[in-house]
Design a protein around this ligand. Structure first.
Ligand code: ATP
Length: 269
């Protein structure tokens, strides 16, 4: 089941195979999240507590949201996605109530994952909050209370994502709260190769397209950049045939488009 802020909207079904270059991270996430959600009795038997909160941190566009969606889909649990800035802004005046309802709903539909994107927006260090930050102050307190109050231990797991882990209220990172952290790093060359393969999977690539080479020359690109890079190449290829497209002769245009391949030059220009 998948819902989001607006309620009930289905998102694309992301699987582990749609995540590139994060093999180790996905393994740890499965252990921390999928295992307790699927087999709570293992944790009970071992006498250890399943995590309530897991923090994914790393630069923007590296796959934090993607990974959270994948683990929810693959585990087939109830998934709610909320974003920190939205809780503070859009639901102004009812932020705490909103947050409380998200937790109640997840508990009612357990096993469940609550994903809080940009959690730093709702939980900045309390000492950094001046008088004008009353909303944030109350929302952090509410979030802490909700985490502490999660009854179905192991059956509701909260994943928080942030680019700024050090700006988070340290109270949030104490044991029993967000006490597990996973860094989602900027991809290296091999990871970029993996990601490029994923995002060109459905594309008609010409034989001269060398993804290894493209991975080498995209130093500093994160997953979101690589996705845009592949999409741009496809758009360039499309633009090459655009002058020859004749809308009054759709069958010819169709053949042209169907014969189109994306070449190395489309990636490099
Ligand atoms: P932000 O901090 O900005 O929310 P994020 O880390 O949550 O960023 P995502 O939203 O998961 O990043 O990534 C954006 C898009 O980039 C994804 O939907 C996906 O298409 C692509 N992407 C990012 N990382 C990867 C990856 N490791 N493998 C495959 N695709 C990726």
């Amino acid at each position: 089941v998948e819902t989001n802020e607006q309620g009930g909207k289905k998102a694309a079904r992301i699987a582990y195979e749609d995540i590139g270059g994060l093999g180790l991270q996905v393994e740890r996430i499965r252990e921390m999240i999928e295992l307790p959600l699927r087999f709570p009795q293992i944790f009970e038997r071992l006498g250890i507590e399943a995590p309530k909160g897991v923090l994914l941190h790393g630069p923007p566009g590296t796959g934090k949201t993607l990974t959270a969606r994948a683990v929810a889909n693959e585990t087939d649990v109830y998934f709610t996605h909320i974003s920190g800035p939205e809780v503070i802004g859009k639901f102004y005046g009812e932020s705490e109530g909103r947050l409380r309802r998200v937790f109640e709903e997840a508990e009612a539909n357990a096993p469940a994952i609550i994903f809080i994107d940009e959690i730093d927006a709702i939980a900045p260090k309390r000492e950094d909050m001046g008088g004008e930050k009353q909303v944030e102050r109350r929302v952090v307190a509410q979030l802490l209370a909700l985490l502490d109050g999660l009854k179905s231990r192991g059956q509701v797991i909260v994943i928080g994502a942030t680019n700024l882990p050090n700006t988070l209220d340290p109270a949030l990172r104490r044991p029993g709260r967000f006490d597990r952290e996973i860094l989602i790093p900027i991809p290296d060359k091999n990871a970029r190769y993996d990601i490029l393969q994923i995002h060109t999977r459905g594309m008609p690539l010409a034989d001269n397209v060398d993804l290894k080479k493209l991975a080498e020359i995209t130093h500093g690109f994160v997953g979101a950049d690589l996705q845009a890079f592949a999409r741009e190449a496809a758009m360039l290829a499309l633009r090459r045939i655009l002058p020859d497209i004749d809308f009054s002769r759709p069958e010819i245009s169709y053949d042209l488009a169907m014969g189109l391949t994306i070449s190395m030059a489309d990636f490099l220009s």
